[in-house]
Design a protein around this ligand. Structure first.
Ligand SMILES: [Zn+2]
Length: 237
């Protein structure tokens, strides 16, 4: 039996899962129950990627469906056994509704997916807040849950392991800063362009100024704008 466990169904995590399942008929793909239907029928995922990436979609390629028999939906509190190790499924929404982390309680190893952001070998650490699901409140709650597990080793999908426990506090700080800054820019100019947001963000968040090569910051801005719109719609309703 071969297992593939995906923390969430964003393209950079699960984009090739359909191809892998097709080439390996004995592969089982574990995914949060909310994400499972989208792996079985990836049309909506492909549509949203097309919206964000436009013509680049041709290079990226489309996700192909995974047969339902190869998809194993999981939920918070489930346990996945891999040889002698047992991995707890921790539902950690905020980055995406259907995001899970995996925690191994003996050695206290946490596979964090994108719930804590990215940590690159050059030291760049930043949160990831893409549309359409980003939610500040849920992200902060998920970070607290992960910190309460007291992991000894945090394994970031982007990009590798770390034992730095100050990252939890840094993550909280960044979630507050990013949202505050984008709110402030929108208040003075509701039509602000990406460059205006980026300028202000680089002034106030050192990692963005120091590591301009990580050009995914525009995804963070888009996700937080969408989050603020949703908050406003809720208030107005
Ligand atoms: Zn993601």
């Amino acid at each position: 039996m071969k297992y593939l466990i995906t923390t969430h169904i964003h393209l950079d995590h699960t984009g090739a899962a359909g191809d892998l399942a097709r080439e390996n008929p004995d592969l089982t793909v574990f995914v949060h129950e909310l994400g499972a239907p989208h792996l079985i029928n990836p049309e909506r995922l492909n549509q949203s990627v097309r919206l964000i990436y436009g013509s680049q979609m041709e290079e990226i390629g489309e996700m192909i469906p995974i047969p339902e028999s190869q998809v194993r939906p999981v939920t918070d509190g489930d346990e996945i056994r891999l040889g002698k190790t047992r991995w707890q499924v921790v539902h950690t929404p905020g980055h995406a509704r259907y995001h899970i982390c995996l925690f191994e309680p003996e050695e206290k190893i946490l596979f964090a997916g994108d719930a804590l952001g990215c940590l690159y070998p050059d030291g760049a650490y930043f949160i990831v807040t893409p549309a359409p699901d980003y939610d500040q409140k849920l992200s902060l709650e998920s970070i607290q849950r992960l910190e309460d597990l007291k992991p000894e080793l945090i394994v970031f999908t982007h990009l590798g392991p770390s034992r730095d426990k100050t990252l939890f506090e840094e993550a909280r700080k960044q979630h507050r800063l990013w949202v505050d800054i984008i709110e402030e820019v929108l208040r003075s100019n509701p039509e602000a362009e990406i460059d205006e947001f980026l300028k202000m963000i680089s002034q106030k968040i050192p990692v963005v100024r120091d590591f301009p090569q990580y050009n995914s910051y525009f995804l963070n801005i888009g996700g937080i704008k969408r989050y603020l719109e949703k908050q406003k719609e809720k208030k107005d309703a």
